[in-house]
Design a protein around this ligand. Structure first.
Ligand SMILES: *Cc1c(COP(=O)(O)O)cnc(C)c1O
Length: 383
């Protein structure tokens, strides 16, 4: 039985190129990049090369890019850092109802610290309302944080418009771009982005490495105090091998981005067309336009998403119900609920997500297996 890994929004496998790039730095070139000897300086050069490769993806300067342990740390740093940087000017923050928990929970801890958060609605397609966002701005608003693309549905948010609004009002703008980085074009300058989070394991680099772009001139306080690594902004010996693998993955993803986006969009629409043909009553949660190339989210009303995922698993297909971080929770997805889906539909959500290793054959297998799983489950759970 061929296994089909269709959960790349949860994590991707490391690419062969990235693995090869990092191996020497785990073994022979293991020196500390802060060491003054030539072995250390060699690793430093490779880390700085990776910084350039990664910065190129979003058109920032390499000295505006800081390496972290991943998306969660970057979001915590940007959000808490900006809040404390600006707290004398105000304690109001604007975000959306569809953010990842790596944004929602840092905001919750700021709420306990006296910050007020406005959560902006999305429309039925999962797009943040720019109008509502602008209306929510107050004289004491110090930060807007809205994700670049949603990890559950794929909906690409109106980041450029939000960036312009933030700029016009002199408010800092952060975006959690973990699911977009290296998948769709991003330019932090034309989009007026002040801070941007990304994570290696969502684009075929290893887990536990990521970064934060901080626009030059923004003096964000440290989240991780320690040595003078990362320009004294983030202490801790660099994950040199991980960073070097991430640079290689970023270089490859950037070179392939357009071709891959076209290929995956075709696979996405082929899957959706086939599923709509074979499954009566299925609902599309992924928008028709402005959506990530490789993410498909559908709902099967009156079926449990978790049950469908387990049935797919038995057939060698790995998918997700809602987001991986929320598995085990009985609540329906906060993203789908914010889009106005009723409980029955929100509970029946399944997400398939693809990467550079997804082939057309994988789509055909899903098209064989998934409608059958739905038929079986419906036979026992029809109301
Ligand atoms: C995966 C993900 C994160 C968390 O990133 P980690 O590197 O796993 O901490 C944050 N935001 C979004 C949108 C994600 O998809």
């Amino acid at each position: 039985m061929k296994k089909v890994y269709a959960d790349n929004a949860a994590t991707t496998r490391i690419s062969d190129e990235a693995l090869l790039a990092m191996l020497p730095y785990l073994k022979d070139n293991f020196a500390n990049p802060s060491s003054y000897h030539s072995a250390g300086r060699e690793v430093r050069l490779a880390v700085e090369n990776a910084r350039q490769q990664t910065a190129s993806v979003i058109a920032c300067d390499k000295d505006e890019l800081y390496f972290t342990s991943g998306g969660t740390e970057s979001n915590n740093w940007a959000i808490k850092g900006a809040a404390y940087l600006k707290k004398n000017m105000g304690k109001h923050i604007i975000t959306s109802k569809i953010e990842h928990h790596a944004v929602l929970n840092p905001l919750k801890s700021l709420e306990k610290d006296g910050f007020e958060i406005s959560y902006i609605d999305v429309d039925k397609n999962g797009f943040v309302s720019v109008e509502a966002l602008e209306k929510a701005i107050r004289p004491d608003t110090v930060l807007i944080t809205v994700m670049f693309a949603n990890n559950e549905t794929g909906a690409i948010q109106p980041v450029e418009e939000i960036g312009q609004i933030a700029k016009d009002h002199g408010i800092l703008f952060h975006t959690d771009a973990v699911s977009a980085f290296c998948h769709i074009p991003i330019n932090v300058n034309t989009m007026n982005i002040d801070m941007l989070s990304f994570s290696g394991h969502k684009f075929n680099a290893p887990k536990g490495v990521g970064g934060l772009y901080i626009k030059r001139g923004i003096v964000l306080p440290c989240l991780i105090d320690g040595g003078n690594q990362e320009n004294s902004k983030r202490g801790g010996t660099e994950n040199a091998a991980g960073i070097i693998a991430m640079g290689e993955a970023a270089k490859n993803a950037a070179a392939e981005m357009q071709k891959e986006a076209e290929r995956l969009s075709e696979l996405r629409e082929k899957l959706l067309l086939g599923l709509f043909d074979k499954i009566p009553g299925i609902i599309r949660n992924t928008p028709e336009k402005n959506t990530l190339p490789g993410t498909v989210n559908v709902s099967i009303p009156f079926c449990e998403g978790e049950a469908l995922v387990l049935m797919l698993d038995l057939k060698g297909v790995y998918a997700s119900s809602g987001s991986a971080c929320m598995s085990g929770s009985k609540d329906p997805s906060h993203v789908l609920t914010a889009m106005g889906l009723d409980e029955k539909a929100a509970h029946g959500a399944v997400r398939f997500s693809f990467d550079r290793y997804t082939a057309e054959e994988d789509i055909n297998i899903i098209l064989d297996v998934f409608p059958e799983a739905v038929r079986k489950l419906r036979a026992v759970s029809r109301p």
